[in-house]
Design a protein around this ligand. Structure first.
Ligand SMILES: [Zn+2]
Length: 228
């Protein structure tokens, strides 16, 4: 979908990301839009689901808006807030904004937060006897133990608090019945961690369909996790 008012939209040269507009577009907005499009195209969210945020160098927060399809978003749709959640442009952020703000307030080292509804990770969170952890070395090295945050109603302060608490000690969590939240020093890093969880969930799902996967040797697992 071409950008509104873009001089290149009439002949099809507008890329829909705002990058071809005459005026300068904040690269962080463009990057957030690209990350959301990837989440959508890779099946990690559906339609209006999911959200992402990024801290700006001015200390404000760019966050995805409420009620916008993440595969069709453009940089002008991104909402800017202060760290307490007050909208700086009068528009409404995602209904799950408190989850982002809770993490960004507690983790000054974090620049980006990505929340997906990664389907295989969600499916695994419905099963008590299946775990993402202890089997795949790359996941242990990259993310340590990926904890599952117990169910709380989406969009509530209760869920935001539980997620912020869990992410005080780690860089990615699964939310039971709901999705994933991953953080990073960049949007790419938060996105990569999201993809890593869903990839591991798919591998384990396939293994479980055949047999019960064997855990890594405990000493080896501890050694891998010391590297995180
Ligand atoms: Zn959600």
């Amino acid at each position: 979908m071409p950008c509104e008012g873009c001089p290149k939209r009439l002949d099809g040269r507008c890329n829909g990301l705002g990058g071809c507009k005459e005026r300068e577009v904040d690269p962080l907005r463009v990057h957030l839009v690209q990350a959301c499009r990837l989440l959508y195209e890779r099946g990690l969210i559906a339609g209006f689901d999911g959200n992402a945020s990024a801290r700006t160098k001015h200390g404000t927060v760019l966050v995805t808006p409420a009620g916008v399809h993440k595969g069709l978003m453009n940089p002008d749709d991104v909402v800017e807030l202060d760290l307490q959640g007050r909208s700086l442009d009068g528009r409404a952020p995602t209904t799950e904004v408190s989850m982002h703000l809770g993490v960004l307030q507690r983790r000054p080292d974090v620049t980006a937060v990505v929340h997906s509804h990664a389907p295989t990770a969600v499916a695994m969170s419905l099963l008590r006897n299946v775990s993402l952890n202890g089997v795949l070395p790359e996941l242990a090295i990259a993310l340590g133990e990926v904890k599952t945050v117990p169910y709380a109603r989406p969009g509530t302060e209760t869920l935001a608090e539980k997620v912020a608490q869990a992410l005080a000690q780690s860089n990615a969590v699964v939310i039971e019945r709901h999705g994933t939240v991953a953080v990073g020093a960049t949007i790419s890093e938060a996105l990569a961690r999201t993809e890593m969880i869903e990839h591991a969930a798919r591998v384990l799902w396939t293994a479980h369909a055949l047999q019960r996967p064997q855990r890594l040797d405990e000493a080896e697992l501890r050694a891998l996790m010391r590297r995180t």
